[in-house]
Ligand binder design. Structure first.
Ligand SMILES: *Cc1c(COP(=O)(O)O)cnc(C)c1O
Length: 501
């Protein structure tokens, strides 16, 4: 049959609109949206026929087309921001929204979102109060700081702090610490935006206390340490400790700012974490102002936390910019509940999902993975499924050189490429993000919540056995990957807002 004949056999828009499947959707969707969907699927069908597909293979009868139009409508109505299953094993995946909240924190956020709250009213006196008071006390308790305040993220915390302390004045920073965190957080640019003048000292690998001291002049306002969150300089290196910087700052009457980034507040005995600065450690060392993120190792909502001396915190809170970067009630509620887990810092490890995922017992993870493999094998899917030791990373610009031994399930599809399988999983319901390495799709249950396992198994079944008709176009964009184990490639774990995946 010529394609002209096939094309003529396609049902008309008006006929499709009368199909019961689409009639039933009239209560949910406006007629214009339904007509639009019908035109879209007809267009696609015409294209398939022109490309030479036979009319039966091209699924072009009224029934098929109506069903496709209904699916298209549902898809268009779906919000673009959705929950996904993170099967990458990267715990703080910036592109997947960093830290998932604890149940308590999520409930607190929900309650605050759904109701009125005493955000800025003192319930005892009826007087106006300050939104920061709610988290200030908790932050003081877990860090030992005199005072604290919270802003939108750590980037905002850095800008606000540098403006308040050093606008028009010099801030001395080691050349080894001029970091770029993804999403265009670069220290020289942040410094410029804040109005402070960056005074670089030392070299990339070596900065001595004398380098800082020699750079101090009449226009110096502060000494700043920036945690090299997402990279490490190895070999012949030397950096000045925060305690040494504090001692120098005291002698010259300079403010010492410590941007610790990842916000570790738990006490962990893991030697791999011993280099990671903590809120309490930095305050105890005497830093005047300590900055960190809320949604990295702290495991809370996106936020920027500023800890330190009361006089400085008060001054920063008076800056008109504070009004532009202040947190909302939902963030504050989630953060307050997260901080509640740290009242007992050893228990935080089990209660904060990010810490629980990072410190998960490998044998438990192996057991869980074995059970999951059994579950997949019992479905007789067209794929080889194996389990093996692997390596993952914290991600999100934290612990870049701490490889975390993990277990992954390798899936080698027999009827499609692993990239096609990954694409189907991403565009399925629920979307699943996994990584691709060495010719297989890798699933790491470390970042999959147990209650998501059934949905993950179904998603894998659907992706491996479903039809190719609705496949997304394969793009060249690589999936988020960490170096394959034994590749010898130094860790460049996914971190950045920009480059990841
Ligand atoms: C992550 C990080 C930032 C930026 O924090 P956001 O909360 O993402 O704005 C700043 N400084 C350091 C040292 C970091 O690790």
């Amino acid at each position: 049959m010529s394609d002209q004949t096939s094309l003529r056999r396609l049902p008309a828009v008006s006929r499709l609109l009368e199909h019961p499947l689409l009639q039933a959707l009239r209560s949910e969707f406006p007629p214009t949206a339904i007509a639009e969907a019908v035109r879209t699927v007809l267009q696609a069908a015409r294209q398939r026929l022109r490309q030479g597909e036979a009319i039966d293979a091209a699924r072009c009868d009224a029934e098929d087309l109506a069903r496709q139009a209904a699916e298209h409508l549902q898809q268009m109505a779906r919000p673009s921001l959705r929950t996904v299953i993170n099967a990458t094993g990267v715990v703080l995946h910036t592109n997947l929204g960093r830290a998932p909240l604890s149940e308590a924190a999520a409930q607190a956020a929900y309650a605050a979102a759904r109701h009125y709250v005493n955000l800025e009213i003192d319930l005892d006196s009826g007087q106006r109060s300050h939104r920061q008071d709610h988290v200030r006390a908790a932050l003081r308790r877990i860090s030992g700081a005199e005072s604290a305040t919270v802003v939108n993220n750590c980037a905002a915390a850095t800008i606000l702090t540098l403006r308040g302390v050093a606008a028009g004045k010099e801030v001395i920073v080691s050349r080894g610490q001029l970091i770029e965190i993804g999403g265009s957080f670069r220290i020289p640019e942040i410094m410029a935006v804040s109005g402070a003048i960056l005074r670089e000292v030392g070299t990339t690998n070596i900065t001595r206390l004398s380098d800082y001291e020699r750079a101090i002049g009449p226009n110096t306002a502060a000494l700043m340490r920036i945690h090299t969150s997402n990279y490490r300089i190895r070999g012949f290196t030397r950096q000045v400790s925060i305690a040494e910087l504090v001692a120098l700052g005291r002698r010259y009457n300079l403010v010492v700012i410590d941007d610790i980034g990842s916000g570790l507040a738990a006490e962990l005995n893991d030697p791999g974490w011993s280099d990671e600065p903590t809120l309490r450690g930095s305050i105890a060392a005497g830093a005047d102002l300590v900055l960190c993120s809320g949604d990295k190792l702290l495991g809370g909502p996106q936020a920027g936390i500023i800890l330190g001396r009361s006089n400085w915190i008060q001054r920063l809170e008076r800056d008109p910019l504070m009004r532009a970067v202040r947190p909302d009630k939902i963030t504050l509620a989630a953060l307050l509940a997260t901080l509640g887990h740290y009242v007992d810092p050893t228990r935080a490890v089990t209660q904060v999902p990010v810490l629980a995922a990072l410190t998960m017992d490998i044998n438990c993870l192996r057991e869980r993975s074995l059970r999951f493999v059994d579950r997949l094998r019992s479905r007789h899917l067209p794929a080889d499924v194996t389990i093996g030791d692997d390596i993952t990373y914290a991600g999100g610009g934290s612990l870049p050189d701490v490889p975390i031994p993990t277990i992954t399930i390798a899936i080698r599809p027999r009827t499609m490429t692993e990239a096609a399988l990954a694409a189907r999983l991403r565009t399925g319901t629920p979307p699943v993000v996994a990584r691709v390495a060495d010719g297989s799709l890798r699933i790491d249950l470390r970042t999959v919540f147990p209650e998501q396992e059934a949905a993950l198994a179904d998603a894998l079944s659907n992706a491996l056995t479903g039809s190719a008709l609705n496949d997304p176009p394969l793009t060249d964009r690589p999936m988020p990957t960490v170096p394959p184990p034994g590749s010898g490639i130094p860790a460049a774990p996914p971190d950045d807002d920009a480059a990841e995946p």
